[in-house]
Write a protein that binds this ligand. Structure first.
Ligand SMILES: NC(=O)c1ccc[n+]([C@@H]2O[C@H](COP(=O)([O-])OP(=O)(O)OC[C@H]3O[C@@H](n4cnc5c(N)ncnc54)[C@H](OP(=O)(O)O)[C@@H]3O)[C@@H](O)[C@H]2O)c1
Length: 272
């Protein structure tokens, strides 16, 4: 395997290391910036080299940390294996793993392409779980580490029109909560971050109604919550009052009411 540029500087660096999947754009990029501000070196993972290069350059020049990037497609087992192989080969000791890479596709399930369905499960569930599985043993051996898994407010309710995406986020929430309990007193924590809606490329790709600015969270706001929640070792952090009310409301209603209301809202918002 060829080593990404800057690998040797990472080995020699006194700073702690964070791995951020999906760190080239959107919420993952904002989290990578927050971690660089906190003086972490960063390993960025995403598919497109151009986006990785631009984010790596920006992190280096603004924050003065070491950054290496790995172009890997996390829909494939080979992509996940490439990340874990790089960690092994460079003998990296990540203190933080942020699983932010994610995919969303809207529309009726029956009309969805097979590839779009599979890709969401592969990135949002399979890659996130296997990267956690690969990185966690080293953290446990060192007695410290933080894992942040991106769920979303969609983890708390079924969402017609985003059926597969919402189900993958319910998986992330359940998986991360279980893990968080297993890790009690280990020095390692697992946090499920559950933001509402952020203005990112993902939102633009979903189309649908233009949402009022007051409903949207800036990626930097989500990143601030990510950092705080990791520091406190919280199992679940919901970003924003609106998403907190939505999650609490969904918890206490009959499921038939939750899915009906969710269907009405998403038919309007997503035009599916
Ligand atoms: N935006 C929201 O409203 C919102 C709300 C709640 C939760 N979330 C969650 O937050 C996370 C980030 O969302 P976002 O809105 O920031 O998305 P985004 O702007 O679309 O960015 C997605 C990131 O993931 C990378 N990525 C996508 N597919 C990948 C693949 N197959 N392999 C490797 N990397 C891949 C992208 O880079 P490349 O394209 O170069 O691969 C990019 O860096 C996701 O898990 C999402 O579900 C988002």
């Amino acid at each position: 395997m060829s080593r990404p540029d800057g690998s040797s500087s990472l080995n020699a660096s006194p700073r702690p290391l964070a791995i951020v999947t999906g760190g080239s754009r959107g919420i993952g990029a904002a989290i990578a910036e927050r971690l660089a501000l906190e003086n972490y070196d960063i390993l960025l993972v995403a598919r497109q080299q151009a986006g990785l290069d631009s984010q790596a350059h920006s992190l280096r020049s603004v924050f003065g940390v070491n950054v290496i990037s790995l172009a890997a497609d996390l829909t494939s087992g080979a992509g996940v294996a490439a990340v874990l192989a790089l960690v092994d080969e460079l003998k990296l000791k990540p203190e933080i793993l942020v699983n932010s890479a994610g995919l969303a596709a809207s529309g009726r399930f029956a009309n969805s392409g097979r590839e779009a369905v599979a890709d969401q499960i592969d990135v949002n569930v399979r890659a996130l779980t296997l990267l956690t599985h690969g990185i966690l043993p080293g953290m446990l051996a060192r007695g410290r580490g933080r894992i942040l898994n991106m769920a979303g407010v969609t983890a708390f309710a079924p969402v017609p029109g985003l059926a597969v995406h919402a189900a993958t986020k319910a998986f992330v929430l359940s998986f991360t909560e279980s893990l968080s309990e297993e890790l009690r007193n280990s020095g390692v924590s697992a946090t499920a971050l559950c933001p509402g809606i952020s203005r990112t490329d993902m939102l633009a790709d979903l189309g649908g109604q233009e949402l009022p600015r007051s409903m949207l969270h800036a990626p930097s706001e989500v990143a601030r919550d990510a950092w705080e929640a990791m520091q406190r070792g919280e199992a679940v952090r919901i970003t924003g009052i609106g998403p907190q009310v939505t999650a609490a409301w969904a918890k206490w209603q009959p499921r038939s009411v939750v899915r009906y209301v969710s269907g009405v809202v998403s038919r309007f918002a997503l035009n599916y």
